[in-house]
Write a protein that binds this ligand. Structure first.
Ligand code: AHN
Ligand code: ZN
Length: 338
């Protein structure tokens, strides 16, 4: 028990209270005094800036592959926590050690930004920030041990959330938001070669598994969660993914309806596909927070991942800021309307 607490280390990067609390309270008061009709008026949602989001994606990729244990990973963690701290009320870095599929122990960092901690109603937004150590979907086997840029697979979701964080600092929604950048999502066991007996369980999403068992606050809960994964390719198709449908179909409905009403029906498609093992699985199963995954699959409409998944072509050449905007503005419309 104490041992467990012992490794549950938080480094408080900074806690600062530069927020104009007084002003915030006045704003809330005047809102609640408005007649009911007025309150139902559609709210002004700040404009998600696609160039800003793109620059946050590029910044991460410029560090090099963010593979746990490397200098690029360390440098990027520093940038992410400092940047998030410019926007959030506080940032926590949850350090943990975990065994990966090779049997090695790796150090990971989940980076958590907390906005309006006083609010009881909360939404969790998350993405993974590590990148895969293996380009194991390359045709040429000699490339299978090369780490990938993970521009789409990893950096895109984090870039969108960082841009949302920038707005949360300027315009507060009625709910609290927690943003988590999970580490060690993509260290999963490569498929194929091994026999069935040596195939290991639960080798993906290690940061979210850790956090789901050890949330950053005692008794932490959120009303629901939204995971972003691979949200940066041109003409992305986001299907209704099975794990999300099983645990949180009402949230899926709400987000898809919002995207479709904004004119993004070509992205938020009503096609249902089988469940994917991703960070949200453990948030649903262990933390008990209904959480959906906005995840791009192959845009031909099959249920495979996008074309360059786990290859060296998952780089900035294949990031489209229009898709970042589609996802970012949809999520912003959802949270500013809560
Ligand atoms: C599996 O391949 C079982 N899950 C992949 C989840 C993932 C990897 N998301 C991004 N990279
Ligand atoms: Zn991946």
């Amino acid at each position: 028990m104490y041992k467990k607490l012992g490794i549950f280390l938080f480094s408080f990067v900074f806690i600062f209270s530069a927020c104009d609390d007084g002003q915030k309270k006045d704003r809330q008061k005047s809102e609640s005094e408005q007649p009911e009709k007025e309150q139902k008026k559609t709210v002004d949602v700040p404009d998600f800036n696609r160039d800003s989001a793109y620059s946050y994606v590029k910044k991460q990729v410029d560090f090099g592959p963010r593979v746990p244990g490397t200098e690029a990973h360390k440098q990027c963690a520093g940038w992410l926590s400092n940047k998030l701290n410019e926007f959030a009320d506080s940032v926590l870095v949850q350090d943990f050690n975990t065994k990966v599929h090779t049997g090695e122990i790796k150090a990971g960092k989940n980076i958590i930004g907390i906005f309006q901690p006083e609010k009881r109603r909360r939404v969790l937004l998350c993405a993974h920030w590590d990148s895969r150590p293996y380009a194991d979907q390359e045709e040429d086997p000699s490339l299978h041990n090369t780490p990938i840029d993970g521009a789409n697979d990893g950096a895109s979701g984090v870039g969108v959330l960082m841009e949302i964080a920038r707005h949360l600092n300027q315009t507060q929604p009625n709910i609290g938001i927690d943003i988590i950048f999970f580490d060690l999502e993509d260290y999963g066991q490569p498929q194929g070669k091994q026999s069935r007996r040596s195939r290991k369980q639960d080798t993906w999403a290690l940061g979210s598994q850790y956090w789901s068992r050890n949330p950053h606050q005692f008794n932490y809960s959120a009303n629901y969660g939204i995971l972003l994964d691979m949200v940066g390719v041109e003409d992305a198709k986001f299907p209704r993914e099975g794990t999300s449908e099983y645990y949180a179909s009402d949230i899926l409905d709400k987000v898809w309806r919002t995207g479709q009403n904004l004119g993004y029906g070509n992205y938020f498609v009503d096609k249902r596909v089988t469940g994917i093992l991703d960070d949200h699985l453990y948030i649903n199963q262990i933390a008990g927070i209904p959480t959906i995954d906005i995840i791009a699959l192959d845009n031909t409409g099959s249920s495979d991942f996008f074309e360059h998944w786990h290859t060296l072509k998952d780089n900035m050449d294949n990031i489209d800021s229009k898709t970042l905007h589609v996802v970012g503005s949809t999520v912003m419309h959802v949270i500013y309307n809560e």
